[in-house]
Design a protein around this ligand. Structure first.
Ligand SMILES: Cc1cc2nc3c(=O)[nH]c(=O)nc-3n(C[C@H](O)[C@H](O)[C@H](O)COP(=O)(O)OP(=O)(O)OC[C@H]3O[C@@H](n4cnc5c(N)ncnc54)[C@H](O)[C@@H]3O)c2cc1C
Length: 380
């Protein structure tokens, strides 16, 4: 039950219809299979590329579809409405924005068209076994050696890690220089000596998404793979680009809230107890009334964020608010909805159960919600 966003246009409605049909035909039928194998099939990337939904908001001159953040948001919303948490377009689009906004012209020309077509799948590798929230504590190094960087270290929890052809790796090019010694280096993984993908991690939810450990053992890449062509800018690049990621998490979170409400209204209309439908009980109606109100508040807020993104005005603080507040609300609402399903809500064949386990990580990845509050509190 989506309240029509204020940014919606007839052209975007047509785009949404097309994305919805694509998801119904190319994503939904494969969800169970993807969960079992812990990753999507390669061909959905090719099909997504042909359809123009992988990089919907990247300019056409770089192979993207030339749309706005509203187009890209519609893609994330439609995947969420269909209950998909496997097809990693989110991280893929995030990486594309790093390259678009921070890369050299040559890097943009080289990688963006391949990411748009699905020829290359992208991942971003920040987190390490010893450093997640505290990114300054990373230990992966990229040492200059002649005309190459030599990368050593390991990363964990990397989304799209099993399938990625291009990994943006957060490294220390100068371990003594603190934040100024951090550089983002692009590693092409095909036939890359010293690069190894560890096991696909066993998660409580999002089982079709390939979240992996990555290992770098004397991986050599040319010097021109440093994002933006200059060393030591990695930390600033991360801080500049993280709002895009956090806004996306908010967009998906609101769509999940809307879906949970829809599913629960349908179920409580159909399910009977004590001679009446569950929805006729005052408690059920009050809970759903509260959720509908909160869904409306969340939708209003995220629509403002989407417009800010479209107009290039999104800032770190607002993106942090969206990420933390919406993901907290998402988990609370889905829990309340699950309760109204009774025992069926605990059965994975019911989508609300899947949503419950899929949602939990929204409060952790993209920066834990506590880190979001740290960021917001800096400007009090
Ligand atoms: C499914 C999944 C997918 C992921 N995908 C990616 C990816 O594609 N790329 C990538 O680089 N990373 C990815 N991550 C990693 C994710 O970003 C980190 O898990 C997250 O940033 C938290 O880091 P951590 O796990 O090391 O927790 P820690 O840093 O150990 O923090 C643990 C907890 O401590 C608390 N905490 C930490 N610092 C503070 C503080 N300053 N103040 C108050 N409380 C604090 C918070 O509650 C936090 O949740 C993914 C993780 C998961 C689970």
């Amino acid at each position: 039950m989506q309240i029509k966003p204020r940014w919606m246009t007839p052209e975007l409605e047509t785009f949404r219809d097309a994305v919805r049909r694509f998801v119904a035909a190319e994503v939904t039928p494969h969800q169970e299979h993807w969960k079992k194998q812990q990753h999507v099939d390669r061909d959905v990337w090719d099909k997504g590329g042909a359809m123009g939904i992988l990089l919907a908001d990247i300019p056409e001159e770089y192979g993207g579809s030339g749309g706005s953040f509203a187009h890209q948001s519609i893609v994330f919303e439609e995947l969420t409405y269909a209950g998909d948490m496997a097809f990693g377009i989110h991280v893929h689009a995030i990486v594309a924005h790093y390259i678009l906004n921070q890369g050299t012209e040559e890097q943009k020309q080289k990688y963006l068209p391949k990411l748009a077509s699905g020829e290359m799948i992208a991942a971003i590798a920040m987190s390490e076994p010893g450093a997640g929230s505290d990114l300054k504590g990373i230990r992966t190094t990229a040492r200059r050696d002649g005309d190459s960087y030599v990368i050593n270290g390991s990363k964990t929890f990397i989304s799209n890690g099993y399938m990625a052809d291009l990994v943006v790796v957060v490294t220390k090019t100068d371990p003594e220089a603190g934040a100024k010694g951090v550089s983002l280096i692009m590693v092409e993984t095909r036939d890359c000596r010293g690069y190894r993908v560890g096991r696909i991690l066993e998660k409580i939810g999002q089982k079709g998404q390939d979240t992996c450990e990555l290992f770098f053992d004397d991986v050599r890449v040319p010097l021109d793979r440093v994002l933006g062509g200059v060393e030591g800018k990695g930390f600033t690049q991360l801080m500049t680009e993280l709002p895009y990621e956090r806004t996306i998490l908010g967009v998906s979170g609101v769509a999940a809230i809307e879906r949970a409400l829809d599913l629960t209204i349908t179920h409580t209309r159909e399910r009977k107890a004590f001679g009446q439908a569950l929805i006729e009980m005052q408690n059920t109606r009050f809970v759903l009334a509260e959720i509908k109100t909160e869904a409306t508040i969340a939708r209003t807020f995220i629509d403002r964020c989407i417009v800010d993104m479209m107009e290039g005005r999104m800032d770190t603080e607002l993106a942090s608010m969206a990420k933390y507040w919406i993901s907290d609300l998402q988990c609370k609402v889905i829990d309340q909805c699950l309760q109204l399903f009774g025992g069926y809500g605990y059965m994975l064949e019911y989508p609300i159960a899947q949503m419950y386990v899929d949602a939990r990580v929204q409060r952790i990845y993209g920066g834990a919600n506590e880190i979001m509050k740290e960021i917001i509190s800096r400007n009090l």
